[in-house]
Design a protein around this ligand. Structure first.
Ligand SMILES: Nc1ncnc2c1ncn2[C@@H]1O[C@H](COP(=O)(O)OP(=O)(O)OP(=O)(O)O)[C@@H](O)[C@H]1O
Ligand SMILES: Nc1nc2c(ncn2[C@@H]2O[C@H](COP(=O)(O)O)[C@@H](O)[C@H]2O)c(=O)[nH]1
Length: 413
C-alpha cells in the first residue's frame, strides 16, 4: 500500500480529474527543506502546491506551474481564511478538491486542516480575482458540530430579543456572530460586542480581500459577517447564531456554511411599527425607511424558499418556546453535552489513503517502550468548508499496541 517515503499508491494515483503525484524534485510528504522547515508537495493537474512553514509563524503555500516537465516560476497565491500556525512538520493527502493537512505533535483541536484548491468557494473567489491563484484554508472539526443558526426578519420584529433570551438561558451552548457595520453605535452598544463598528473604506477593503462570508447594504449602511466572526464561535465549541437581513440569509444559503435559516415574522405591520417606534433607537426618517424595507423583506422571507422555518413573533414567550423546539431544546433543563473525540498525532506517522479513509500509521519509539497506532480518519461525510470550518470528520482507532495512544475512539485499543 505504501512506498518507502510514506505516500500511498492511491495518493500517487489521485482521483480523476485531479491527478496527484509525488514531487519530482524529491521534496516529498513531510520532507525537511534546505531552510530547515517542513514542506510537502502535491501535484494537481499542471500545478504543484508546496506547503511549508516559511511565512513567519504560519504555514504558507507556494504554487508552481509545471510546463511539460520543466518547472515554472513560483506564483503568488492569495491564501484566504485563517492559516494554521506552523508546527513540527505535517503530512498532506490529496482529497477530491482539497488537500488534507495533518499537523504533527499538535493539540487535538488543531491537528486537522484543509487547503481548498478547487471547491465552489475557491472557484468563486478565483473568478472575483481573475488572473490570481486563490486557495482557502479551513480548519477540520471532528464529529458533526451543530449547524449554525441564522435568524432573519425585518427590523424591529424581535430577532435581537429572541437571541438574547437564548444566549441567557444557554450561555455555554450558543455564541453570537459579531457582525461588522458602518452604522454609528447606539447609546448602549459596545464595539466588539454588539458589532464591530467599522469605517466604510476599511470594510470595503476587507470585503475585497475575501474576509466576509456575506455582506449587504441594509437601510443605507453596510453590514457583514466576517469569516472570523463565525470561526471564533466554532472554536469556542459553541453553536453560532447570526442575526442578519434577508439578503445576507440568501448569501449564507448559497454558501458552504450549511446553516439552519429561520425567518421571524411580525403579526402585522402596525405592530412592527409600534415596536420600532417604542424602541426609540431610530430617527423618524430611519423608522420610515426600515418600515418600507420591511414589506419587501417579509415578502421574500415568506415566499422565497430561502428559509427552513418561519416563526411568528406575536406573543414573545410563545415564539421563544417555538424557537427552542426548532433547535431541539424544548424540555431541557440543561443542554445536552456532546462527548468530544480526541486524536493525538505523534510526530512520526505515515499516511495512506483507501477511498475515503485515511490510515494514519504512527510509531513512537521511546527508549523504554515502543508503541504503534493505526488510526482511521473517515473523510466520506465532509460538510461545510471554507470560508468556515470543515465538519464531519470521524476517526477510529483500528489498532493500538501499548498505552502510547491518548484517544477515545471507538475501535479496539
Ligand atoms: N413579541 C413581542 N411583543 C412585543 N414587543 C416585542 C416582542 N418582541 C420584541 N419586542 C420588542 O420590540 C423591539 C424590537 O425588538 P428587537 O430589537 O429585538 O428587534 P430586531 O428584530 O432585533 O431589530 P433590528 O433588526 O433593528 O436589530 C424591542 O423593544 C423589543 O423589546
Ligand atoms: N446581511 C447582514 N445583515 C445584518 C448583519 N448584521 C445585522 N444585520 C441586519 O441589519 C439590520 C439592521 O440592524 P440594526 O442593528 O442596525 O438594527 C437587521 O435586520 C439585522 O439583522 C450582517 O452581518 N449581515
Amino acid at each position: 500500500m505504501e512506498n518507502e517515503i510514506g505516500f500511498s499508491k492511491d495518493f500517487y494515483m489521485g482521483e480523476a480529474p485531479i491527478i496527484a503525484q509525488d514531487l519530482q524534485n524529491g521534496n516529498g510528504n513531510g520532507v525537511e527543506s534546505k531552510s530547515g522547515t517542513f514542506e510537502t508537495g502535491t501535484i494537481i493537474g499542471d500545478k504543484k502546491y508546496v506547503i511549508g512553514g516559511t511565512d513567519g509563524e504560519t504555514l504558507s503555500v507556494k504554487v508552481q506551474f509545471l510546463d511539460n516537465n520543466c518547472l515554472g516560476e513560483w506564483v503568488h497565491v492569495v491564501e484566504l481564511g485563517t492559516k494554521p500556525i506552523s508546527c513540527n512538520g505535517h503530512s498532506a493527502v490529496l482529497l477530491k478538491n482539497r488537500i488534507l493537512i495533518l499537523k504533527k505533535n499538535s493539540n487535538p483541536d488543531d491537528c486537522i486542516w484543509f487547503l481548498e484548491v478547487d471547491t465552489p468557494f475557491v472557484r468563486q473567489q478565483q473568478k472575483k480575482n481573475s488572473g490570481t491563484e486563490v486557495v482557502a484554508w479551513s480548519k477540520g472539526v471532528i464529529g458533526n458540530a451543530e449547524k449554525p443558526v441564522v435568524i432573519s426578519g425585518p427590523s424591529g420584529v424581535g430577532k435581537g430579543t429572541l437571541i438574547s433570551m437564548l444566549m441567557k438561558e444557554f450561555p455555554s451552548m450558543f455564541g453570537f456572530s459579531v457582525s461588522h457595520t458602518t452604522r454609528a453605535p447606539r447609546g448602549m452598544e459596545k464595539d466588539g460586542v454588539h458589532y464591530h463598528f467599522t469605517e466604510k473604506n476599511v470594510m470595503e477593503k476587507e470585503i475585497k480581500d475575501g474576509k466576509f462570508l456575506e455582506f449587504a447594504s441594509v437601510h443605507g449602511n453596510l453590514y457583514g459577517t466576517s469569516v472570523e466572526a463565525v470561526e471564533v464561535v466554532s472554536d469556542a465549541g459553541k453553536r453560532c447564531i447570526l442575526d442578519i437581513d434577508v439578503q445576507g440569509a440568501r448569501s449564507v444559503r448559497a454558501s458552504s456554511l450549511e446553516a439552519m435559516l429561520i425567518f421571524i415574522c411580525p403579526p402585522s405591520m402596525d405592530e412592527l411599527e409600534k415596536r420600532l417606534r417604542d424602541r426609540g433607537t431610530e430617527t423618524e426618517e430611519q423608522v420610515l425607511k426600515r418600515l418600507r424595507n420591511a414589506k419587501a423583506e417579509i415578502e421574500q422571507g415568506i415566499s422565497s424558499g430561502i428559509f427552513d422555518h418561519i416563526l411568528y413573533n406575536d406573543n414573545l414567550g410563545e415564539c421563544y418556546e417555538n424557537l427552542k423546539k426548532l433547535l431541539g431544546l424544548d424540555g431541557y433543563a440543561t443542554p445536552p453535552k456532546s462527548v468530544p473525540q480526541e486524536i493525538n498525532l505523534p510526530r512520526d506517522h505515515s499516511l495512506s489513503k483507501i477511498d475515503d479513509k485515511i490510515i494514519i500509521n504512527s510509531t513512537s519509539s521511546k527508549p523504554e517502550k515502543e508503541s504503534k497506532n493505526l488510526i482511521m480518519l473517515d473523510v466520506s461525510s465532509l460538510k461545510g468548508g471554507a470560508p468556515g470550518r470543515t465538519r464531519g470528520l470521524n476517526f477510529q482507532v483500528i489498532d493500538s499496541f501499548s498505552e502510547g495512544f491518548n484517544g477515545n475512539g471507538n475501535g479496539p485499543i
